[in-house]
Design a protein around this ligand. Structure first.
Ligand SMILES: [Zn+2]
Length: 321
């Protein structure tokens, strides 16, 4: 089920109303606001208008959408990241992150309060523990916990958890920042590949600088490894259309290699032939929804691309008979 459907179900249950009625209210609210908000956003407003908050109930991780307050979740800690320190406006702070899973999916939990972070630092809360989170808020599908929140070990026993991001099979007009999605659509535009130079040892970006006064002579410098023989990596952008929306997709080396040897993109003829061939292809794409800071729009950062192979689909269907 999609996040939106789960949310509508929950509102209907809490308000003791029919699902259809909630959906009608959502549509009416959306229309009233000239479609400026998403269905999820409208559903949240309806929930608030009906006096529903999610305070007294535990939500499933797959139900989390951005902008919720007073969220309660119970889950098992799958992974804890090192506590990071940061400085902001001359103030030092700490932030901790872990991955929490339940039987519906997993998400990242971000701790901002020292009283919670110390539980991680002192290993009072460890990987494998089931914990209870009260009074969290969500940003995208992540849970953020401030000093108003609560984090403690739970008595709940959780054997079966789904330690994969709650991947939503969504239509592109419903995606939100931070979601992990799988979509099926057609490639409607393919841009020229772009290249950037990295250090062959650490794969980090290198900086180009002129050597002395000699014209045209340049060297590439890695912050860690000094002057290096740079390696060129490709970035490929294309636009995917699933019938509801078209969205820009970004592919880096690892994903490009699933389609074409990266070297071939440096050859103008081969690159052009690839673009011609890729254009109009139907694909399955999984990736993460990201906000492009430059254009301030949503895009998909690809992590897996497969061509929809119609003949293969037919063979698979035949095999199942
Ligand atoms: Zn390096």
């Amino acid at each position: 089920m999609k996040n939106y459907d789960l949310l509508v179900d929950r509102i209907a249950k809490s308000a003791n109303l029919e699902r259809e009625e909630i959906e009608r209210k959502v549509e009416a609210k959306k229309a009233k606001l000239s479609g400026l908000i998403s269905k999820e956003g409208a559903a949240q407003i309806i929930a608030a208008e009906l006096g529903i908050n999610f305070e007294d109930e535990d939500l499933k991780i797959a139900e989390l959408i951005g902008g919720l307050r007073k969220v309660n979740v119970v889950g098992k800690i799958m992974n804890i990241f090192p506590v990071r320190e940061f400085e902001k406006n001359d103030r030092k702070g700490k932030v901790a992150n872990f991955i929490l899973a339940d039987d519906s999916g997993s998400t990242r939990v971000v701790l901002w309060d020292v009283n919670h972070i110390v539980l991680i630092e002192n290993k009072e809360i460890e990987v494998g523990d089931v914990v209870e989170i009260r009074n969290g808020s969500t940003r995208d599908s992540e849970i953020h916990l401030s000093s108003f929140g609560e984090l403690k070990k739970s008595e709940v026993v959780m054997d079966e958890v789904k330690n994969a991001p709650a991947v939503s099979e969504v239509s592109l007009d419903e995606v939100r920042q931070g979601m992990n999605v799988r979509a099926r659509g057609v490639v409607v535009q393919v841009f020229q590949p772009r290249f950037y130079s990295v250090c062959p040892t650490c794969n980090k970006k290198v900086v180009k600088s002129a050597v002395g006064d000699e014209k045209g002579k340049e060297e590439y410098r890695c912050a860690e490894h000094g002057v290096v023989e740079k390696v060129d990596r490709a970035i490929l952008n294309f636009v995917l259309d699933d019938g509801t929306e078209s969205m820009r997709v970004v592919m880096f080396s690892d994903q490009i290699k699933q389609l074409i040897p990266e070297e071939d993109l440096k050859d103008e003829m081969k690159a052009a032939a690839f673009r011609d061939d890729f254009l109009g292809t139907e694909i399955y794409l999984s990736g993460r929804i990201n906000r492009n800071q430059l254009f301030n729009n949503l895009e998909i950062v690809a992590n897996n691309i497969e061509r929809v192979d119609v003949e293969k689909l037919i063979v698979e269907l035949d095999d199942k008979k």
